[in-house]
Ligand binder design. Structure first.
Ligand code: NAI
Length: 243
């Protein structure tokens, strides 16, 4: 098993935190990136307690300057070989009433932020002729969802970005894949009311919601040598909710 440097956005909680723990357990050095330094420190501490290696950098995905600064710090640690674009936000609302700033905030953070992170790691990956880019999209990026035009557009955009870059970067031995989680129990879904949860549960063949660790294991797999021949794929971790 090769040990590499992984950069995980939104690593302070939820799926990003679980992905960071999982990558560290596979022997990778993990750079945890998010806005909240205190929560990053907590995740880093959990990784170190489990015997892993973790660094933290503050990043605001909605700011190109912040992204540049975060990767400048990451480059002092070494070449990032695994990038997990996980951070994401929602600003839900019906399209007719959606404020332009809610559209822009979601697209900027979820899609443009991910693209700018990818740009930051490409040179190093190309030089090493090895790289793994894993974009956390969403089931709704494939299925669509009323009241989430901005979020769905950002996640469908991530899938398109994934496929284009898989073609563009394949000859450099850089794989680019997307994971589309279904309903995963995190802070993001904790805000949903009981009627929504019940409706969703009824649509999930496995009859339960997913756990962050169940997405994290897919991240670990795609980041590893076992997944060397998988690129441009969309891995659904959704309990069968959308097939
Ligand atoms: P969460 O809300 O628990 O965590 C999101 C993470 O992103 C946090 O660490 C937060 O600090 C970070 N983040 C948000 N905006 C940021 C910004 N501007 N700069 C830096 N970091 C920022 O969410 P969860 O559930 O862990 O989601 C992680 C990813 O998985 C997101 O992209 C989300 O869209 C996606 N996803 C989640 C699903 C779910 O059911 N929970 C389903 C499908 C996709």
């Amino acid at each position: 098993m090769s040990s590499r440097i992984a950069f995980v956005t939104g690593a302070s909680r939820g799926i990003g935190r679980a992905a960071a723990l999982s990558l560290a357990s596979a022997g990778h050095t993990v750079i945890l990136a998010a806005r909240d330094q205190q929560k990053l420190d907590e995740t880093a501490q959990a990784i170190r307690q489990a015997g892993g290696i973790a660094h933290t950098v503050q990043i605001d995905l909605s700011s190109p300057d912040s992204i540049q600064q975060a990767f400048a710090k990451a480059k002092e640690i070494g070449t990032v070989s695994i990038l997990v674009n996980n951070a994401g936000i929602t600003r839900d609302g019906l399209a007719m009433r959606m404020k332009p700033e809610d559209w822009a905030a979601v697209l900027n953070t979820n899609l443009t932020g991910a693209f700018l992170c990818i740009q930051q790691v490409l040179q190093g990956m190309m030089k090493e002729r090895w790289g793994r880019i894993i974009n956390i999209a969403s089931v709704v990026g494939e299925s669509g969802n009323a009241g989430q035009a901005n979020y769905v557009a950002s996640k469908a955009g991530l899938v398109g970005l994934t496929k284009s870059l898989a073609i563009e970067l394949g000859s450099r031995n850089i794989t680019v894949n997307a994971i589309t989680p279904g309903f995963i129990e995190t802070d993001m879904t904790a805000v949903l009311g009981e009627p929504v949860r019940e409706k969703m549960l009824a649509a999930i063949p496995l009859k339960r919601f997913g756990q962050p660790e169940e997405v994290a294991s897919a991240v670990k797999f795609l980041a590893g040598d076992e997944a060397a021949y998988i690129t441009g794929s969309v891995l659904r971790v959704n309990g069968g909710m959308y097939l």
